[in-house]
Design a protein around this ligand. Structure first.
Ligand code: LCS
Length: 397
């Protein structure tokens, strides 16, 4: 069946092309664990470099297992081409350096993952790239006035790490399209199973593959996908020379993760909604952040652009503030106290001192990251076990 005619869940399992190894008929596509590829003769080697013949050369320049993952991710995000990277940060850094020059400007949503925020700060200091932030919750209302003639990129993260603020992708894309500026969306928190920004008008989509797409907490990786005319220059001029490539073994593992993404996202979303409802009803909890709750200020926008669930990320603040949050983190027995997210297992962490420790106290306040905010990555265990464990830990808060 032509993948173009497959429904999304079928593409996740089967796309983008027959995986059977043509040489051995192995059902699963092999891990081409090799650094280099052999030429039949010197002339062919030269032609491979000049592009006259299509031939693998060297794994930094291209590898069959890695390419299969790139094609699959592009297809799952409804676009043409993709590049995978050694990490989400390698994807973000390479994209920024490829699209923005010294003296030019990026307009970004606030908050962002702490590592992204830190790198944007470095880009400002070392490369003279100006980064202007707009609060995620009012992003598209304030965007037009922030676009200067030297703005080269609009960069958003939605749902945002760790506040779960939502940026309206379609409304933002209307403005960036009219201005002719590429819109890049970090879709890590939703994954393409729940949200496909390119279908909503975005130009490029970024992922930390470390999270939901791989899903099993055993790989670090990143991706950038989009139309061929935007992706190929980034690959040719930046990716293969900056060199932050994904290893073939990791590409194989991430490919395996993609096959169950739709099932996992459904369960993550169901469990997270129940955990969010439990926390919202708990007397020690001051506030819960989850786009699937009607109390979320952008619940209607989330409903419009996320399909089939609101993902597995929930944040909350206790009435007892940071100290009470620390008590919960120190008393959970089933939840794992660790950063990262999107694993099968449930994780708990403290953004202000961990994932977002690159923010100053003033920057945390501006981004709406309360010092007492606790972040949950709700896994796919039995949700009652997760709630029971939080309930007992909350007794210490
Ligand atoms: N984008 C988002 C939204 C992220 O949450 C992360 C990492 C990245 C990009 C970077 O990806 P990486 O290089 O780690 O693959 N977020 C993390 C977090 O919240 N805890 O640990 C890492």
């Amino acid at each position: 069946m032509d993948p173009a005619h497959m429904r999304w869940d079928t593409k996740a399992v089967r796309g983008p092309r027959e995986e059977t190894d043509p040489t051995t008929l192995a059902h699963r596509f092999p891990i081409y664990q090799t650094s280099t590829f052999v030429f039949e003769n010197a002339r062919q080697g030269g032609q491979a470099f000049s592009g006259e013949v299509s031939h693998y050369i060297y794994t930094r320049l291209g590898n069959p297992t890695v390419e299969l993952l790139e094609q699959k991710l592009a297809q799952l995000e409804s676009t043409e081409a993709g590049i995978v990277f050694a990490s989400g940060m390698a994807a973000i850094a390479t994209t920024l350096l490829a699209l923005v020059k010294p003296g030019e400007r990026v307009v970004a949503s606030d908050p962002l993952y702490g590592g992204t925020f830190h790198f944007f700060h470095i880009a400002q200091e070392h490369f003279g790239i100006e980064v202007h932030y707009i609060k995620a919750s009012e992003f598209h209302e304030k965007l037009a006035e922030a676009l200067t003639p030297n703005t080269r990129l609009v960069y958003i993260e939605t749902p945002a790490n760790p506040t779960l603020d939502i940026v309206d992708i379609a409304e933002t894309a209307k403005i960036t399209r009219q201005a002719g500026i590429p819109l890049v969306v970090d879709n890590t928190f939703a994954s393409p199973a729940l949200q496909r920004p390119i279908e909503l008008g975005a130009d490029l989509v970024l992922h930390s593959l470390t999270k939901y797409i791989n899903g099993h907490g055993d790989v670090v990786g990143g991706a950038l996908v989009g139309p061929r005319d935007l992706i190929e220059p980034i690959r040719k001029d930046f990716h293969v020379h900056v060199g932050g490539i994904m290893a073939p073994l990791n590409a194989f593992l991430v490919l395996r993760g993609t096959k169950t993404l739709h099932l996992r996202m459904q369960r993550h979303s169901e469990n997270a909604l129940e955990v969010a409802r439990f926390l919202e009803g708990h007397p020690k909890v001051a506030r819960v952040f989850y786009p699937g709750l009607p109390s979320h200020p952008q619940h209607e926008v989330a409903k419009k652009q996320m399909k089939g669930g609101f993902s597995g990320m929930v944040s909350f603040i206790l009435k007892g503030g940071k100290e009470a949050g620390i008590q919960v983190m120190d008393h959970v027995k089933l939840w794992t106290l660790a950063v990262s997210l999107g694993d099968t297992d449930s994780l708990i962490e403290h953004p202000a001192s961990m994932t977002h420790s690159s923010y100053s106290p003033e920057e945390l306040a501006r981004a709406g990251i309360d010092p007492g905010l606790v972040r949950l990555s709700v896994g796919i265990e039995d949700v009652q076990d997760l709630i029971d464990d939080l309930d007992q830990a909350l007794k210490y808060a």
